[in-house]
Unconditional design. Structure first.
Length: 364
């Protein structure tokens, strides 16, 4: 069975490429011939990254910012494009716009919307119909694996656009329970829950791809998506209280000025190793949270300002709500170790249910 998957593989971040890899591996293990559709939105093209990241700047500030970004962009391309080239079965053709799918049609038995924030119109600056398989032949089989809406409500205007597209799916799974509820409230029938693909591979399966990063002392790892001075102050104080070195994964070169030992855009495998070896992880990232749970790590989530329902949902699923804080004076949480006996039982059950759901979608 040949399956063509469209997902956010081309975004330059760790969560995007790792969930893409996990989706591919799960389907390969189920005996599918898998292709990840090499769909790259214009803003994510390597040649447009500097413009995308300085879109709101003007004049001299824009020019300076573009120059400062160049080393980061070069490193992004080396790390993330390198991983995609080595590990992902991409279609030979690149698709940039809807018309490209018509001029270079795909041929598959099943068309699949993959995971990540493919259905979050806020994140995507509008509805991207390609992520709703608008290009698939009219009579084709359509499914989704752990798609994310990233919000608990959508506007009436958005409903008018997406509902006709969603009704064409044979079966839909989303990675947030709030998303299941939202879609069922829209009157959609065959809708279910599926764990994020990164949680469908076991810790042992992931650590086969870990690349050692040598750090001699015990450390607190920071993986921070959006800069916040209160976050920075908190992790500095927390590291001192716990007598841990402060290590920070920097996704841009300019972040090296932030507190902690800077590890600038590590290899994908090195990030897995860093999470596994950390004594404690402090993050505001959904996928960093997912890997902490999968790797049985003590962690603290700092509630993000936007799309926090993604983290809320995964924490609620594992009864870990107390690990997410909004009070920057809450240091006691770091002294409470997570009982992973209970968590692993939930994970094992949910993983089996999710894999069974995927198998059933493919078999129907």
């Amino acid at each position: 069975m040949k399956i063509a998957v469209i997902t956010m593989h081309a975004v330059k971040n760790y969560g995007s490429v790792l969930q893409t890899y996990a989706t591919q591996e799960i389907l390969l293990k189920m005996g599918c011939d898998v292709e990840i559709i090499n769909y790259i939105r214009e803003k994510n093209l390597n040649s447009n990254l500097a413009e995308t990241w300085t879109n709101n700047d003007h004049g001299v500030k824009k020019i300076v910012k573009k120059i400062v970004l160049l080393p980061t962009i070069h490193r992004w391309i080396k790390v993330f494009d390198g991983f995609l080239t080595e590990a992902i079965h991409l279609t030979p053709n690149v698709y940039l716009k809807e018309k490209d799918f018509k001029s270079i049609p795909l041929d598959a038995d099943v068309y699949c919307t993959g995971s990540d924030q493919v259905w979050n119109s806020g994140w995507n600056l509008g509805v991207d119909k390609n992520f709703y398989l608008n290009f698939a032949p009219e009579d084709s089989k359509r499914i989704s694996i752990a798609a994310s809406i990233g919000r608990t409500t959508i506007s009436d205007a958005e409903k008018e656009i997406v509902l006709p597209l969603l009704k064409k799916y044979d079966y839909i799974t989303v990675r947030e329970l709030s998303g299941v509820k939202l879609l069922k409230n829209l009157g959609l029938g065959r809708v279910g829950f599926c764990l994020d693909p990164t949680l469908l591979l076991t810790k042992d399966e992931w650590l086969k791809h870990a690349v050692p990063y040598k750090i001699k002392k015990k450390f607190l790892l920071v993986y921070q998506l959006n800069h916040d001075e209160r976050f920075d102050d908190y992790v500095v104080k927390l590291a001192k209280r716990k007598c841990l070195d402060l290590v920070r994964v920097c996704t841009r070169f300019d972040q090296c000025r932030l507190p902690g030992r800077a590890i600038i855009i590590p290899k994908v495998g090195q990030l897995l190793d860093l999470i596994d070896k950390a004594e404690l992880v402090v993050t505001n990232s959904f996928h960093a949270t997912a890997f902490c749970i999968n790797f049985n790590k003590d962690f603290i989530d700092i509630r993000p300002n936007e799309y926090s329902c993604r983290i809320n949902d995964v924490l609620e699923l594992f009864d870990l709500q107390e690990r997410c804080i909004s009070d920057y004076n809450n240091f006691d949480i770091a002294n409470k170790q997570i009982n992973y006996d209970k968590i692993n039982s939930i994970l094992t059950l949910r993983r089996k249910e999710s894999l069974d759901a995927i198998k059933n979608m493919l078999a129907d």
